[in-house]
Ligand binder design. Structure first.
Ligand SMILES: *Cc1c(COP(=O)(O)O)cnc(C)c1O
Length: 413
């Protein structure tokens, strides 16, 4: 946003001399938005924070993703006025639902929040008393069905909302487990990526069984774009609620996410969320700018030329492969996971001890310990330890730098 646009937005202030000299001290909050380069301290430097080059994947401890320029613009452009949060959530939800071809949608504080709100919605519906009482409803705890092989760290959200998880190992057990306390069935989409193997109960069967008993289904697909088509796939299959993280490859705010699907459930989820004053979701507030930002991120993500981006990623892995296999003894292979999460090209690097004395893990540690710190991954393929270099989160100019730094370590090893 240009400074003159901001000034236009302040019609009651005298335009000459008023802004920097009077009401606002010089270097006011508006100035920072206009000119990020000028007069803004280097906060990384001021606080002694190490800049990280992310040659891995979207990881929460590494601040997720870098927001798209469109997201930053949306955040900056909407920060100067108040809005009614109910209206904002409702209207953004309508737009997102149109974009994703589903009935309703909302912005949550990440997929983890969507799991809490979706479970809460399934427990309370629009019942105000229940909303006030969860997670401690009187009587036996509500139950959520999950496949035993789908249990994962994020399912604690189910307990947060007051339900308990009932594990099943196959379709027959699932049929039998459903009873009058069952409120939802939760499917962890990337379980096969995390743990290997197959789903004991596939998507379609999982939905069919739940439907027969009128149990709402929820699918956690937090990290499951690309491909972009996945943003449409699961509601089309018939899942009642779907979540994706905002701060992973969609490149929205790290603390935002999407919950979408059946209208009655999304409305019930909203009732369990901020800005309502006492519900379970109040500590999971999403601010106004992030709601706008999440909307802008999704719009930009859907409009993106995904084929071109994929080619660009392959170009990066090819560049790294060429420059690093020039070191004698180093071998490299482009690796694209076959599962449902983090499906994009990366580069595996490996070598024999006789050629390079440092192990992949030692190189990993040295890269990570540098300044800037370069974070890659260590992984095992066919019982061989490999250094895996991710390319999708690198800024264009970082590709060469990462190649150079790895090469330096290999050369001197
Ligand atoms: C990242 C992730 C989450 C949590 O998402 P946030 O947006 O960080 O809250 C939940 N489930 C899965 C499978 C994830 O990968």
């Amino acid at each position: 946003m240009k400074r003159r646009d901001i000034v236009k937005g302040l019609p009651l202030l005298p335009l000459v001399g008023g802004i920097s000299g009077g009401l606002f001290p010089s270097g006011s909050l508006f100035a920072a938005i206009d000119t990020p380069q000028k007069n803004v301290p280097d906060y990384f430097e001021e606080l002694g924070i190490t800049r990280v080059i992310n040659a891995a994947a979207t990881m929460t401890y590494l601040s997720g993703s870098l927001m798209l320029p469109e997201v930053m613009e949306a955040i900056n452009a909407t920060a100067h006025d108040f809005a009614n949060m109910h209206e904002l959530q409702d209207k953004v939800g309508v737009k997102i639902a149109e974009m994703l071809h589903c009935e309703a949608a909302m912005v949550t504080s990440g997929a983890a929040c969507a799991l809490v709100l979706g479970t809460a919605a399934a427990i309370t519906g629009t019942d105000e008393e229940k909303r006030k009482q969860i997670p401690n409803l009187p009587g036996p705890r509500p139950e959520v069905i999950m496949q035993k092989k789908h249990r994962y760290v994020f399912d604690q959200a189910v307990a947060t909302a007051g339900a308990k998880i009932v594990e099943v190992e196959n379709a027959e057990e699932m049929e039998k487990a459903i009873n009058e306390r069952t409120v939802m069935a939760l499917f962890f989409n990337a379980a096969t990526s995390w743990y290997g193997g197959e789903d004991a109960i596939g998507h379609e069967e999982f939905i069919a069984i739940s439907r027969r008993h009128q149990i709402p289904t929820f699918i956690d697909a937090a990290a499951d774009v690309p491909p972009v088509e996945n943003l449409f796939k699961y509601q089309e299959m018939g899942f009642d609620m779907v979540t994706f993280s905002g701060g992973k490859m969609i490149r929205g705010p790290q603390s935002a996410g999407l919950l979408f699907g059946r209208k009655d459930l999304i409305e019930a989820a909203k009732l369990n969320h901020s800005p309502y004053e006492a519900p379970i979701g109040r500590p999971m507030k999403v601010n106004k700018e992030e709601i706008f930002g999440m909307y802008a991120a999704l719009k930009a993500y859907l409009e993106k030329d995904h084929k071109k981006e994929w080619k660009e990623w392959l170009g990066r892995t090819a560049y790294l492969k060429d420059s690093l296999t020039a070191v004698s003894g180093v071998r490299a292979k482009v690796f694209i996971p076959e599962g449902r999460a983090n499906v994009f090209p990366t580069l595996d690097l490996f070598w024999e001890k006789k050629d390079i004395s440092l192990s992949p893990r030692e190189i990993y540690e040295k890269l990570k310990g540098g300044n800037p710190s370069i974070v890659t991954s260590i992984t095992t393929r066919n019982s061989r330890e490999v250094l895996n270099v991710g390319v999708v989160l690198l800024k264009p100019e970082q590709v060469e730098l990462v190649a150079e730094k790895i090469r330096e370590l290999l050369d001197n090893s």
